[in-house]
Design a protein around this ligand. Structure first.
Ligand code: 48F
Length: 252
């Protein structure tokens, strides 16, 4: 006979096991948008222990709505292989430019990321960084509803060799370093210029402070590079670049 309390126990035990196991990570990814999911996927495939902390209920970040709710996204030739890697279908709009269904991109990428071994903790906001001896050493987390309601509840910490700021347009996590004077500037992203923005997103994907990488739009915000519309190749390539770089440094 089904007992209500057994359902509770099953949920609590399974979640607790995963969160306990994720208190010490190789990589903590902040934000489950396209660049964060791709980074986490390649990291896990490469043998790293990685978790994503996402403040919203849903993963996918800016993928779902395409542009202005036209839920399609565009990917250029250089990133087509990443759609192939995830098994996402697309149509050729013209040579070198492909269109994919945003719902398929978000769901398929999320599914493959989890199946690759990434633990995803949604509804968990990263509210600060752990910094020790001039190096980022982890993240400070709290439940999103606690943050939303402004309750006075202290956070918990998670230890990580590397943290990736994949929080998108505001580069929120890197912003904590600016507030404390640990980095000198965070100019924010410039006006729309898709071609340049796409290229620079990948170029600016790097370690911006010992132990902290930036990907996707966060990389452009940190570098003062342009924003771009619903073109996602740069996001995917940025995530993969960060992952491959970190894997090499972890030596896994
Ligand atoms: O914004 P987002 O999709 O980031 P991205 O990977 O991709 C940008 C594109 O979606 C699009 C674009 C394409 O040309 O410009 O905008 O750079 O995803 C960022 C995720 O981070 C979460 C947020 O809810 C979103 O899902 N996030 C933001 N701040 C925090 C956070 C935080 N402090 N803690 C946890 N998650």
């Amino acid at each position: 006979m089904l007992k209500d309390v057994e359902v509770s126990r099953a949920i609590i035990e399974a979640y607790t096991k995963d969160i306990l196991d994720s208190l010490k990570l190789d990589v903590a990814v902040v934000g489950a948008g396209p660049s964060g999911m791709v980074a986490a996927y390649y990291l896990a495939r490469g043998g790293a222990k990685v978790a994503i902390f996402e403040k919203k209920l849903s993963v996918g970040g800016g993928i779902w709505g395409g542009a202005m709710g036209f839920n399609r996204i565009v990917v250029e030739e250089s990133a087509r292989e990443i759609l192939d890697e995830f098994g996402v279908d697309y149509e050729e709009f013209k040579p070198g430019l492909y269109v994919a269904d945003a719902i398929e991109v978000a769901t398929t990428m999320a599914s493959k990321t989890v199946k690759a071994g990434v633990k995803v903790f949604n509804m968990v906001e990263v509210e600060d960084l752990v910094v020790k001896d001039g190096r980022v050493a982890g993240v400070v987390v709290n439940w999103t509803p606690v943050k939303m309601t402004g309750l006075h509840v202290d956070p918990l910490t998670v230890e990580a060799e590397f943290v990736i700021d994949s929080t998108g347009h505001g580069a929120q996590i890197t912003g904590h370093l600016l507030k404390r004077g640990l980095i000198e500037e965070l100019p924010g992203e410039g006006p729309m210029w898709a071609e340049m923005g796409e290229r620079l997103t990948v170029e600016h994907t790097k370690e911006v402070f010992p132990g902290l990488y930036v990907t996707g739009m966060a990389a452009n915000a940190v570098a003062g590079a342009p924003r771009m519309g619903p073109i996602f190749g740069g996001m995917f390539l940025s995530g993969r670049k960060a992952a491959l770089d970190i894997l090499e440094r972890l030596g896994v």
